[in-house]
Design a protein around this ligand. Structure first.
Ligand SMILES: CC(C)=CCNc1ncnc2c1ncn2[C@@H]1O[C@H](COP(=O)(O)O)[C@@H](O)[C@H]1O
Ligand SMILES: [Zn+2]
Length: 364
């Protein structure tokens, strides 16, 4: 097995609906096509297309949501996404998703997140460490029980810790954003560790989400923001001044923003393939990963949307290694350092550190 697959990895930026398996998306789209709800032949080429503009990406998301947003499907895709990450030796997954309400099918933001949680518990092919209501918010593992001293062995049954971030979509109102934050607070004991701000970056304004984000932070939720996906220096500055615990992308930052980002030491979730596929960065050799990495700024390699951008976290590690001339040892250090930026509690961090320590001899 190649080292980028066998290496333990931490995924901190993965959107549930963007990480849907191609085969599942096609299967569900075909079924809806047969029922006459959508025109499958029109959609097939959209689903299979590789490079997409920003507008096309968000059109695809709207389409995916038509196909996936019922309770059963949300549970199914959650289960599959966790299985897929675990299969490539992701040992900690912070999965983010936007709670959606749709009264015509009896879906509320709460029932949407409950369907996601059901997906976590439904995984049977790997062990999933999640938070449970039943045991006074204790950590449970869906088969063998929790272990604090887990040894990493690529050949034994896989084990993955999963925590959730609830996303605020930039199309939402202040009220809807606050509803998501309230839900996250109510579900903290079930493994919701923070809030993400995402959605089409040319839609909406920072001031709309700020009250909800402030409230989230006051109440102890961690916050990560999609920042600098398009040129918008005022918003980028406001976001950095908010001091989020992490940001995603950080593409269109000017000199002053770079200085700010570095002096505030805000970790950056780097999504190489996503940035290339959406034409946000012209080519990998000019990607800002290089500058941040050389400056020893905290960076974490992530996928964004494995389904939409046809990638995997292993692929992102392979691509970074070959493009930037980094060896297995450097990539292991990068992966290991990601543990310090997870939003889960210290107990989880300790366990992850011990996993990486036990794996170190194979990669260094
Ligand atoms: C075109 C471009 C710059 C893409 C970069 N990538 C992204 N930028 C902003 N929001 C995103 C991105 N990928 C996924 N999302 C958000 O995540 C949602 C899909 O996952 P979910 O429904 O929250 O489970 C999308 O509808 C969108 O709101
Ligand atoms: Zn994203």
């Amino acid at each position: 097995m190649e080292w980028w697959v066998s290496m333990p990895k931490v995924e901190l930026h993965a959107h549930l609906n963007g990480s849907i398996r191609h085969s599942t998306l096609l299967e569900l789209a075909r079924a809806l096509g047969e029922k006459g709800v959508i025109d499958f032949s029109d959609l097939e080429h959209v689903i299979l297309k590789k490079d997409r503009s920003l507008r096309e990406v968000f059109e695809l998301f709207d389409l995916i949501h038509i196909i996936t947003t019922d309770h059963m499907t949300v549970t199914r895709i959650t289960k599959e996404v966790i299985e897929d990450f675990a299969a490539e030796n992701v040992v900690y997954l912070e999965l983010r998703t936007t709670p959606k309400a749709n009264s015509s099918i009896g879906m509320s933001k709460r029932s949407y997140v409950e369907a996601v949680l059901k997906g976590l518990r439904a995984v049977s092919t790997v062990d999933v460490d999640f938070m449970s209501d039943n045991e006074n918010s204790e950590r449970l593992v869906n088969s063998l029980g929790p272990t604090t001293n887990h040894k990493y062995n690529v050949n034994t049954r896989k084990r993955i810790v999963v925590r959730l971030l609830l996303s605020i979509d930039r199309r939402e109102t202040t009220e809807a954003a606050k509803e998501t934050v309230s839900l996250a607070l109510e579900m903290k004991h079930l493994g919701v560790v923070g809030i993400d701000l995402s959605g089409n970056p040319v839609v909406g304004e920072w001031i709309t989400y700020l009250p909800a984000l402030k409230y989230a932070r006051e109440q102890g939720l961690h916050i990560t923001l999609h920042c600098g996906e398009v040129r918008n220096s005022k918003e980028i500055r406001d976001m950095l001044n908010f001091l989020p615990q992490r940001i995603g992308h950080a593409i269109f930052l000017d000199e002053e923003d770079w200085e700010k980002l570095k002096s505030y030491n805000i970790p950056v979730e780097i999504c190489l393939t996503s940035n290339i596929r959406t034409l946000s960065v012209p080519s990998l050799d000019v990607h800002h990963f290089v500058d941040l990495y050389n400056a020893k700024h905290p960076v974490v390699l992530c996928t964004d949307d494995t389904g939409v951008f046809s990638t995997s976290l292993s692929d992102e590690y392979r691509i970074a290694a070959s493009t930037f001339g980094l060896g297995k040892k450097e990539m292991f250090e990068l992966s290991k350092n990601s543990v310090e930026f997870v939003f889960a509690d210290n107990g989880v961090k300790e366990e992850l550190r011990s996993i990486f320590n036990s794996a170190a001899k194979s990669f260094i």
